[in-house]
Design a protein around this ligand. Structure first.
Ligand code: CMC
Length: 373
């Protein structure tokens, strides 16, 4: 009996959404290279591509953008929840609960999955930015329908319109997080969807899986690690110490990539650009990250372990003004597109996901009454 631990190398569905070449370090959304999409496209267009399988024409893009802009607002009961909930909660717990609450309100199950998906894609940034401000004792900023998805996300965080560099960095970072084939959170959301449960429940499962430090929580862990190191001169000893204690370098390693993650290559450029502009603590953290990258590759590269998406995204998110524990929730704000697309693709030819566990215990035991045990 061969058990594929962690379902490593097991295919669970056919897909036309995303292709990863883990040996060459390449990533394609619907056949388009991630490098081209990051350079020439934008979040709205790439989301349409992922959801509907083609780049939109102008009319289709206008419809999609309009729909996203309309849906940015949160119902009053979510605002009330954000205002009243404790202010030291994990942002991923807030997001998970807010989506669950939205699901209770939107419980009639007759809407198209893509339309419900658009609502969630649109509302995630508002939930995240509103909670980020309330936690700092600031009041929430209403969405601005004139701004693009990424600009509006930062606007709701800052209260001012972001500059061009920050808007582009945010947009590219969101694009790079939109989908990644059969990662743990996408699989979790498919398990729920395959029982014909509703979209909100499936997305709650996705958020729950993404939260963990081995998945979307790694960006938060990477930044904590850079802060703990404190200065570039301390990197070598820190990494050696960590590896000799069998601890992992957060933001390194991947189940599929055995080389440099292409998303990390792109994010490194933005991390550098933003850190140089910001200076101060962020520039020091960037220098530490660069040194961790160099020393990490020296020791782990020969085993096929390289920086992944979470390594430099941590510096980008921090430079953009997000507190470290918000990073996974920003990641989720992009990955929700991939979850919805994979759910739509899977349920077209649904089969309930129900694997097996190989029983190794005894059978036929005699029941013993409690007083005789
Ligand atoms: N630092 C040090 N050693 C590592 C690392 C790391 N980051 N990643 C893997 N290894 C070692 C691991 O100790 C093991 O060594 P050995 O064979 O000697 O026991 C070997 O590499 C294989 O590791 P594994 O855990 O069996 O590999 P996996 O495919 O099951 O896990 C992973 C993949 C991403 C969970 C893992 O690389 C990891 O824990 N990385 C750190 C957390 C992280 O950055 N996660 C983000 C993943 S990418 C984007 C996302 O999902 O958010």
């Amino acid at each position: 009996m061969e058990i594929k631990k962690g379902l490593e190398d097991v295919y669970v569905k056919e897909t036309e959404i995303t292709y990863i070449d883990g040996e060459l370090g390449r990533l394609y959304y619907r056949g388009y290279s991630i490098y081209d999409l990051a350079e020439f496209s934008n979040f709205e267009e790439v989301s349409y591509l992922i959801l509907y399988g083609k780049l939109p024409n102008r009319e289709e893009l206008n419809w999609f953008q309009e729909k996203l802009r309309e849906e940015r607002y949160l119902p009053d009961f979510i605002i009330k929840f954000l205002r009243e909930v404790r202010k030291d909660a994990q942002p991923m717990d807030i997001l998970r609960t807010a989506v669950s609450l939205l699901g209770i309100e939107d419980s009639k199950n007759d809407e198209r999955t893509d339309i419900r998906g658009i609502k969630l894609i649109s509302k995630f940034p508002t939930i995240v930015a509103n909670y980020a401000r309330l936690r700092k004792g600031l009041d929430i900023i209403e969405p601005d329908p004139k701004l693009s998805h990424s600009e509006n996300f930062l606007y709701m965080l800052y209260g001012d319109r972001p500059n061009e560099i920050k808007s582009k960095a945010m947009d590219v970072t969101l694009i790079l997080h939109i989908d990644h084939e059969m990662n743990a959170s996408t699989f979790a959301s498919l398990v729920v969807a395959s029982t014909l449960s509703d979209l909100y429940s499936s997305i709650v499962a996705g958020i729950s899986a993404l939260k963990g430090p081995l998945h979307g929580g790694a960006n938060y862990e990477a930044l904590k690690m850079f802060k703990e190191i404190g200065s570039p001169e301390k990197v070598n000893d820190y990494i050696l110490n960590r590896l000799s204690n069998k601890q992992r370098i957060m933001g390194f390693g991947h189940r599929v990539y055995k080389t440099y993650d292409p998303r990390a290559r792109i994010l490194k450029q933005y991390a550098k650009l933003l850190a140089e502009k910001e200076g101060g603590e962020i520039y020091t953290l960037y220098q530490i990250a660069e040194k961790v990258e160099e020393i990490g590759i020296k020791y782990l590269g020969p085993k096929g372990i390289y920086p992944n998406v979470d390594f430099f995204s941590s510096i980008v998110f921090y430079s953009l003004g997000f507190e470290p524990d918000f990073f996974p929730a920003v990641f989720a704000s992009a990955r929700v597109v991939g979850w919805v697309a994979h759910i739509m693709e899977y349920i077209k030819d649904n089969k309930i996901i129900r694997p097996k566990a190989y029983y190794k215990g005894e059978i036929g035991k005699k029941y013993i009454p409690i007083d005789s045990r």
